[in-house]
Design a protein around this ligand. Sequence first.
Ligand SMILES: [Zn+2]
Length: 117
Amino acid sequence: MIITQKQAALALRLLEIPVSADNVRRVPRAKTILDERRILSVGMDGADRLYKVVGTEVYDVSMNHRPRCSCPDAQSHDYCKHGIACMMLEFKLERAAIEKQEALEADRFACDGEEVY
Ligand SMILES: [Zn+2]
């Protein structure tokens, strides 16, 4: 699927990442990483969530508000495609959890509007 610049900018805004030309270019690359399931969640370090992301090499990404990645691009920029991919993954998982919670709530009140349990 081709991501337009407008969609890329929207994704950046949702993730609260600055909408720069560089970051807009990183979004489709990050989406490919996500779609190809190249992110492995490997645990926690305090409040940081740790991931391994398969790119040219395997990079370490730690997430806490902002991603920190071990790739060369991340050494000179705040955001790289691996970090953005991890942010997309967390956003997706949060959304899925909220939808599941809403579905459970809807079930609970399904019986004539009375609480079932
Ligand atoms: Zn990176």
